[in-house]
Ligand binder design. Structure first.
Ligand code: AMP
Length: 510
């Protein structure tokens, strides 16, 4: 089944409900969105010469037109290719070339970058700039009937760097997205008909994915006018809409919670966070401010948003003996997957032992686009090998131990940075921190901590040392502290440890 029938159905059953809001104002109804998607689908075929199965790129700042283009492509039986809008021209060129994209929707602010990238590919890629007159005429084309798709057909090609450097396209099928969408209602949240999903995070990633359950439930998707994550604006939008849900990286949750003057966010229903570590100290602060509104998920492009969940109840169970451990975990397996922890030979490990996290289920990607060898490697034995390390406790709660590439090996011992970061963040003057390894002649690697202090405060590294000595083994204590006003983050709000390591390496060279 083509996932696009969700929109067709919505347009028949509740045509007048608002499907998309831009800022506080309605942008279009379900009837209008479906009509535009069908018109665009017709035009993509008749006017742009595109065909079923073509890959249609979306390189856009968050905007309502993202959803028109996305559903237009699905309706036409094409594969959507949402791309991180902060990528460099060269990275964009790589993806367009690798995916052999036939068309690219861009927002006006990104048109120049897109033109440079396309020239670099040397390919004939049709560019459609959202909002201009050509775009409007494509939308107004003769509506085409929806193209039937098999469950196994490609719906979303998701480029990810994964554990190795080169980006590769995780092929997400209609079935993958359908299952993940249904599972939102089981494990994450119920969506009421007057629900709203604010796209505060990039729509090319988790936030876009979570638009689907809202569409399925006939709720509203809200795109901030700024197109990005501005805490003050998000607070205003929460006031303007009802039963608000949003997806946010933990670093965004932190900024949101620390924003002063945002009011009580009464209309906020749920923040689902994930995509990177949420530290216990930050999580507790968020719970103090927001109350029972947090749900955590762990996923990756290859099994989007659906590996484990830490539900709302566990965030509130402060009298549970393992409350803190649970907050530090990523919860238990979501309902549509099997999750196990295995050693290097894929043997399942007992609870408490650290190994690679493997996932199996109908949400797991079909494979990597035109990469049979790495597909076979990643999906060997029928299990997705996530590249993440972790351990289960006896209740089935999984704790991540950093990706294998972030693990530090010092004097032959494995050190998981997260453990040290959790401790450092307990210090009241520490706002953000990231622990990485630096090459060391004798020990192999040594531990270095990067600290961003809370604004207006100074960090006493002697106190940090003491905190570590009081809580973790001596050999894990950072040998060096680097203070910086903020830590480098990618477009999805994840701290980029690679940059910190490069920085240390370049110092070593000098
Ligand atoms: P991406 O494919 O860009 O979504 O990145 C997925 C990776 O982000 C995972 O493989 C994990 O390493 C990390 N990640 C995702 N969710 C969480 C989470 N809840 N806690 C910690 N790390 C996470």
């Amino acid at each position: 089944m083509n996932l696009g029938i969700l929109l067709t159905r919505a347009a028949r059953s509740f045509p007048d409900r608002v499907a998309i809001a831009h800022g506080a104002s309605p942008y279009c109804t379900y009837g209008e969105l479906a009509h535009r998607a069908a018109g665009l689908a017709g035009s993509m075929k008749s006017k742009l010469g595109l065909a079923v199965d073509d890959r249609v790129g979306l390189f856009m700042t968050n905007c309502p037109q993202f959803l028109e283009a996305f559903h237009g492509a699905l309706h036409a039986g094409m594969a959507t290719l949402p791309i991180n809008n902060k990528l460099h021209e060269k990275e964009l060129a790589y993806i367009l070339d690798d995916a052999r994209a036939s068309a690219l929707f861009v927002t006006p602010d990104l048109a120049e970058k897109a033109a440079i990238a396309i020239e670099e590919t040397g390919r004939d890629i049709k560019v459609i700039v959202s909002g201009d007159s050509e775009y409007a005429s494509l939308l107004a084309g003769d509506p085409a009937p929806i193209v039937h798709r098999a469950s196994d057909d490609l719906a979303w090609l998701f480029y990810t760097s994964g554990t190795t450097g080169q980006p590769k396209g995780a092929m997400l099928t209609h079935r993958n997205l359908w299952d993940g969408t249904l599972n939102y209602f089981v494990d994450v949240d119920r969506v009421p008909p007057d629900g709203s999903a604010i796209h505060a995070a990039p729509m090319s990633h988790g936030s876009g994915f979570y638009g689907l359950p809202h569409l399925m439930a006939g709720a509203k998707q809200v795109v901030p006018e700024s197109g990005g994550f501005e805490p003050a604006e998000i607070f205003e939008l929460i006031d303007a809409h009802s039963e608000v849900a949003m997806f946010a990286a933990p670093t965004m949750v932190k900024r949101f919670v620390e924003h002063n003057g945002g009011g009580d966010a009464e209309n906020l229903r749920t923040i689902t966070y994930g995509g990177g570590p949420m530290y216990v100290a930050d999580c507790k602060r968020a719970l103090d401010r927001l109350g029972p509104k947090l749900v955590q998920i762990y996923g990756q492009g290859e099994s989007p948003m659906t590996i484990t969940v830490l539900p709302r109840e566990d965030h509130m169970a402060s009298d549970h003996p393992r409350f803190e451990e649970r907050l530090a975990s990523v919860g238990y397996a979501q309902s549509v997957v099997e999750v196990r922890v295995a050693d290097g030979d894929d043997n399942e490990l007992p609870d408490g032992e650290i190994g690679e996290i493997l996932v199996r289920g109908d949400v797991v990607m079909k494979g990597y686009w035109e990469r049979p060898e790495i597909t076979e490697e990643a999906l060997r034995g029928g299990w997705l090998h996530t590249g993440d390390m972790g351990a289960f406790d006896e209740d089935g709660y999984l704790t991540l131990k950093d990706r294998s590439k972030d693990m530090i090996i010092s004097g032959g011992s494995n050190i998981y940075p997260r453990e040290i970061e959790e401790v450092l963040l307990r210090h009241a003057a520490v706002s953000e921190c990231a622990v990485v390894g630096r090459p060391h002649e004798e020990w192999g690697e040594e531990v270095v901590a990067f600290i961003a202090p809370v604004e207006g405060q100074e960090v006493d590294t002697g106190e940090l040392d003491k905190l570590c000595l009081d809580n973790i083994a001596r050999f894990k204590r950072p040998k060096d502290y680097r203070i910086a006003p903020a830590l480098p983050k990618n477009n999805y709000g994840k701290i980029v440890k690679r940059e910190l390591r490069n920085w240390l390496e370049s110092e070593g060279d000098g």
